[in-house]
Design a binder for this molecule. Structure first.
Ligand code: GSH
Length: 206
């Protein structure tokens, strides 16, 4: 099995924390997104989507989505479960993870990629040119402020976002907070006291 990734980018970082928490190491090649190595023919022959991460299994199967890669690796390395043990826990974790991906990660990416000059004509990941749409910046901002209210309410008097235990949904929330700081220079708003407490707790775990 071989992993192609770029650990500092948001989607690869989701997988990086997953592997770190479990203590699993996989043979890895870093594909430098800043140098646009993901758009070179040599990488496009591995993953025609031109995105990272990508996991190539020994039989040649290609997995290109973080959630699918983590699901597979959770099966191979079940210790220190991150995707839940009971069916209800699995459902809660996937639901919150999906919510966080769509309502925090994607709006942050939307604001970043539609405003930053480095992404002119590259407003979506991958080899196909896509024009920036400035209207998506305000839409993204509105979505972020709505989402923080939901997350704050959910974390009130709770240790972790999805279940009683630390899970992949917590990892994705952490990655979104890193991404907001790195891409938009935005910290978690001070008035979100439950999120602030959660952040301190999670930083001692991962
Ligand atoms: N749907 C993929 C998303 C992967 C993705 O978009 N990765 C970004 C890095 S965060 C990428 O490869 N970007 C390449 C580009 O900007 O061309 C997943 O869930 O893993």
């Amino acid at each position: 099995m071989h992993l192609y990734t770029f650990d500092t980018a948001p989607n690869p970082k989701r997988l990086y924390y997953f592997l770190k928490f479990k203590g699993v190491e996989i043979k890895t090649t870093q594909i430098d997104l800043v140098k646009k190595e993901n758009l070179k023919e040599s990488y496009l022959t591995v993953n025609q989507l031109g995105t990272v991460p990508a996991l190539v299994l020994d039989d040649g199967t290609l997995l290109t989505e973080v959630i699918g890669i983590c699901y597979y690796l959770e099966g191979l390395y079940p210790k220190k479960s991150l995707l839940g043990d009971s069916y209800l826990d699995k459902a809660e974790i996937l639901s919150w993870d999906h919510y966080i991906f769509n309502n925090l990660l994607l709006p942050t990416a939307e604001i970043f990629r539609n405003s930053h000059p480095a992404f002119k004509n590259r407003a979506l990941p991958g080899p196909k040119p896509v024009a920036q749409i400035p209207g998506l910046i305000e839409r993204g901002e509105n979505k972020l402020s709505e989402t923080w209210k939901i997350i704050e309410a959910k974390l009130d008097n709770k240790e972790f976002i999805a279940t009683e235990n630390f899970s992949f949904a917590d990892i994705d929330l952490l990655v979104c907070i890193d991404f907001l700081l790195w891409a938009l220079n935005k910290s978690v708003p001070k008035e979100l006291s439950a999120v602030q407490k959660w952040l301190k707790r999670v930083n001692t775990i991962i």
